[in-house]
Ligand binder design. Sequence first.
Ligand SMILES: [Fe+2]
Ligand SMILES: [Fe+2]
Length: 163
Amino acid sequence: MRLSEEESAYFHDCSREVLAHHLVKSMSGYTQHGTTNRLEHSVRVARYSYWVSNKLKLKLDRKSLIRGALLHDFFLYDWRTGTDHEGAHAFTHPEAALKNALAHFEINETEADIILNHMWPLTITKMPGCKESFVVSAMDKYCSLKENFNRVKKVKWIPQPAK
Ligand SMILES: [Fe+2]
Ligand SMILES: [Fe+2]
């Protein structure tokens, strides 16, 4: 998967505010899948979601797609130890991520839908309510699978937030 220069510039523009936040940066301290940390996973899902939307020429809100994808796993605990949260992680972490996203960013309806419904169809009643959510949910599963089998290139393309 490769973004053109123009696509990369757009991606960086849309992701700048989210990636500059210290709590988002702190996601790099949590292992997500395999040897992938949560920040890498989130950026990977956002890039794949954006890339596939362009490839398929989907008519959707690309900025919200990118921001929602970057924040879809914005929960701040180690899901592997299971000590810092209540309930089954797979079902509850979208709500934890949305709560954090709403506390630290201006989140629109599409971004909220992406975050809350990304675990569908596991969370059977929380179905994506827009195209952007379907794309992110699919790319999340695709990237998670690759990461679990360590079939990913190391992330060199996390945009460095402007100082
Ligand atoms: Fe998730
Ligand atoms: Fe995820």
